[in-house]
Design a binder for this molecule. Structure first.
Ligand code: HEC
Ligand code: HEC
Length: 209
């Protein structure tokens, strides 16, 4: 009898650990987050997180754990690019953990916008870097982490359909460590300007899932 209780208890603990935080957000908190998203965040990030101006990243369809981590990094003032500081530190400061989880949930379930293709030659060069890296320069294939179609995973952000201008600036910020993330610094440190623009153009051209 005792053993059974312990086993059931352990099974419940495992189930508890597998529940995603999204399950724990109350409907009230979720609707409060939607209100904040529509009235505040949308001013820059656009309706449902599909922004128009390339300075403001698309949030629609981005993975929840990544969104949570970024909002916490803005709030903790560890994502230190001047635009992060100027725009997002203040925005994230008043958000508590539940609001952060709920905002991340809201954006993660929005439909990403379509891709936008500008220069076919640049896109082809960028697709090659994305899939193969640049062996001579020690640049790893982006696909190894960001996945096929740049759709991302729970561990790596989605890049498909993101604004090229925003992507390019992030790559420069990783390179200079203004946005201090060891893994992306390693990837970006040898990337040349032209390679960054090409891969950014490729990523912007991808849409959908
Ligand atoms: C006044 C404009 C503005 C408003 C309002 C705003 N943001 Fe931002 N946000 C930005 C800018 C600019 C960046 C890009 C910062 C950078 O370049 O590092 C950004 C970046 C982000 C990112 C990082 C995205 C990524 O791909 O890494 C998230 C997440 C985010 N904002 C969420 C929010 C949420 C949630 C709200 C509402 C509570 C909000 N933002 C309100 C301007 C804004
Ligand atoms: C070893 C795994 C790995 C590889 C390979 C990799 N990345 Fe990343 N990338 C990451 C991680 C992890 C993050 C999230 C960083 C953070 O937590 O802020 C990221 C973030 C990014 C971002 C920021 C996204 C945003 O919304 O702000 C861009 C842009 C990016 N990567 C581009 C690339 C490109 C281009 C390549 C190939 C040249 C590449 N990555 C290769 C792991 C990787």
């Amino acid at each position: 009898m005792k053993t059974t209780t312990v086993i059931i208890g352990a099974a419940l603990l495992v189930l508890g650990a597998q529940r995603s935080p999204a399950d724990e957000i109350s409907p009230e908190a979720q609707s409060a987050a939607q209100h904040v998203a529509v009235t505040t965040c949308a001013i820059c990030h656009g309706p449902q997180g599909r922004s128009i101006a390339p300075k403001f990243p698309m949030l629609a369809g981005q993975h929840r754990p990544y969104l949570v981590a970024q909002l916490k990094a803005f709030k903790g003032q560890t994502r230190g690019d001047p635009d992060a500081l100027g725009y997002m530190w203040g925005m994230a400061a008043p958000l508590d953990d539940e609001m952060i989880e709920a905002l991340a949930t809201y954006y993660s379930v929005q439909k990403p916008g379509p891709g936008r293709a500008v220069d076919a030659a640049e896109i082809a060069r960028g697709a090659d870097i994305y899939a193969k890296g640049v062996a001579e320069e020690g640049i790893p294939p982006c696909i190894a982490c960001h996945g096929p179609g740049a759709a991302g995973t729970d561990d790596f952000p989605r890049l498909a359909g993101q604004h090229a201008q925003y992507l390019l600036k992030q790559l420069r910020s990783f390179q200079s460590n203004l946005r201090n993330v060891a893994v992306m610094h390693g990837v970006a440190k040898e990337l040349q300007g032209k390679e960054m623009s090409a891969v950014a153009a490729y990523l912007e051209s991808l849409g959908g899932a």
